[in-house]
Design a protein around this ligand. Structure first.
Ligand code: KIV
Ligand code: ZN
Length: 523
């Protein structure tokens, strides 16, 4: 069947370009959770990672390829045999897979990064595409920093890689430098000057350094691109990538202008955006287009009056179109399981019975402490349900005392192996004292790099979400927790990090034991 010329493929790179940006790294279970949410959202391609980057990256891509059905699962590779083999091996279990090879083409990258002349670039790019085709029919090629590459040389590379077997050619604005008119011209130039270009799908990949990633991507689409590479919430290197929710809603809301469609279930945008925010610990700005807290809020009297007469006076999209199903319905301790389940569903989350039971228990416990529970509270409980790292340490007791200028804390921790451990310390404030006591009890000393607290909803009894960023043995960890008591939330966030550290130390010890046994049996 011939591809639909009016369909724009959505290539999501949250797990690759998004995840490689500082503060956005995810564990393998988190990556799987995101990949499943992306499949439910209806993206066409999931770029699951860069397998040659590390063992962890390889395993995460491989797990996504094994477990996530629907979208094409793609892996990134440089134009080297080792990278391409790793990518091919990682995506092998997917029924629908792609290898994405890239090589920089601009003069500045050729001279200072690669130290290669133009002929060498063309030769390596062609070799890379051919080598990837040896493993997979579906190969994408990206000339990195395309927007700063001489047009005639870019056309030469693109033509050679099409001839070598690439089925998608992606044009990246790697450093977010281009502007819409110029970028549209670049696409028109390639379409007029590259032999064979009509046989392949043209793709666009923009970064947001000058805040134009979405505008540049849309201009490329007008000029013939039929795949957009983007990330949820626009996370990515430096200022980020083209934001998926914005570009998709621009195509949907202005469909009469663009006359193009995507396969995205737009009412899954909001829950997916919240999920990524909660996993990465990157808050969504209140005024963020499409998914920000204020995106559909109307404060001024004139606006509110207009809205009451006709919503279209000040709203170009309906909140429900992006999955924002907020209501004034407030749940409390007398709300039953049925009402709770309905609300969770309306908020865009599908939980199995086990998860629903767990979240409902937490909801009940929270309702005992807090008069009214808002949608934000329920969302936060659901998003945390699966994400939190479990054990081995749990917080059994916490006593804090605080005076002007100093504080003290005592904690008791329970370990999964049955041990209990106590710690006692004083510090600058209750959180500082409690952290020292937890470090003492667990025997793990960390360096806290960043600490954030924000209220999930409104009111004096609002739940506080605490996110803590920690360095330990040259690695960075992030933990988060939620409670109406922010000292308790802070302790649980640190405990999540300590549990991760202990789990990875346990893994490393097990690996060392296994290696010693293998070495012994080889003697
Ligand atoms: O920004 C970029 O150029 C990239 C490529 C690897 C496509 O991310
Ligand atoms: Zn990029």
């Amino acid at each position: 069947m011939a591809p639909d010329p009016d369909r724009v493929l959505i290539f999501d790179t949250t797990l690759r370009d998004g995840e490689q940006s500082p503060g956005c790294s995810m564990t393998q279970p988190e990556k799987l959770r995101v990949a499943r949410a992306l499949a439910d959202l209806g993206v066409d391609v999931i770029e699951a990672g860069f397998p040659a980057a590390s063992r962890g990256d390889f395993e995460a891509v491989n797990a996504v390829a094994r477990e996530v059905q629907g979208p094409i699962i793609c892996a990134l590779a440089r134009c080297t045999r080792e990278d391409i083999e790793a990518a091919a091996k990682a995506v092998a279990p997917a029924s629908n897979r792609r290898i994405h090879v890239f090589l920089a083409t601009s003069a500045i990258h050729r001279e200072f990064k690669l130290n290669m002349a133009q002929d060498e670039i063309v030769r390596r790019a062609v070799e890379g595409v051919k080598s990837a085709r040896g493993f997979c029919d579906n190969v994408e090629f990206s000339p990195e920093d395309a927007s700063r590459t001489e047009l005639d040389f870019l056309a030469r590379v693109v033509e050679a890689t099409i001839e070598a077997g690439a089925s998608t050619i992606n044009i990246p604005d790697t450093v977010g430098y281009t502007v819409p008119d110029e970028f549209g011209e670049l696409f028109r130039y390639l379409r007029q000057n590259v032999r064979g270009i009509d046989k392949v799908r043209l793709s666009v990949h923009c970064h947001d350094d000058l805040g134009m990633a979405v505008a540049n991507s849309l201009t490329a689409v007008v000029a013939g691109a039929r795949q957009i590479e983007c990330t949820i919430n626009g996370i990515g290197e430096r200022a980020g990538n083209c934001s998926l929710e914005e570009v998709v809603m621009a195509l949907a809301t202005r469909s009469q202008f663009f006359n193009l469609r995507t396969n995205v279930q737009t009412n899954r945008l909001y829950p997916t955006s919240r999920l990524i925010s909660s996993i990465t610990g990157q808050p969504i700005p209140r005024n963020k287009a499409v998914v920000g807290e204020n995106a559909f809020a109307h404060e001024s009297g004139i606006h509110q009056h207009g809205m009451l007469q006709n919503r279209m006076t000040y709203e170009i999209m309906r909140p429900e179109d992006v999955g924002l199903a907020r209501s004034n319905l407030v749940l409390g301790k007398h709300s039953g399981r049925h009402a709770f389940r309905e609300r969770v569903r309306e908020l865009g989350f599908e939980l199995d019975e086990l998860e629903l039971n767990r979240v409902f228990e937490e909801f009940k416990a929270l309702a005992d402490r807090k008069k009214e529970l808002f949608d934000g509270d329920i969302e936060a409980l659901v998003l945390r349900a699966e994400g939190a790292a479990h054990g081995p340490w749990t917080l059994q007791q916490l006593d804090v005392g605080s005076q002007l200028g100093s504080a003290s804390a005592a904690v008791r921790l329970q370990h999964a192996d049955g041990r209990t451990a106590q710690g006692k310390a004083s510090g600058d404030g209750p959180v500082d004292a409690a952290y020292k006591a937890i470090e003492q009890a667990s025997g793990i000393s960390v360096k806290v790099r960043k600490f954030e607290v924000h209220a999930v909803t409104v009111g004096e009894d609002a739940q506080g979400e605490t996110v803590v960023y920690v360095d330990y043995n040259d690695r960075s960890y992030r933990g988060s927790s939620l409670s109406t008591n922010i000292v308790e939330a802070s302790c649980k966030a640190l405990l999540e990090v300590i549990n991760r550290i202990e789990q990875s130390q346990g893994g490393a010890r097990a690996q060392a034991r296994e290696a010693a046994l293998t070495a012994k049996s080889a003697l």
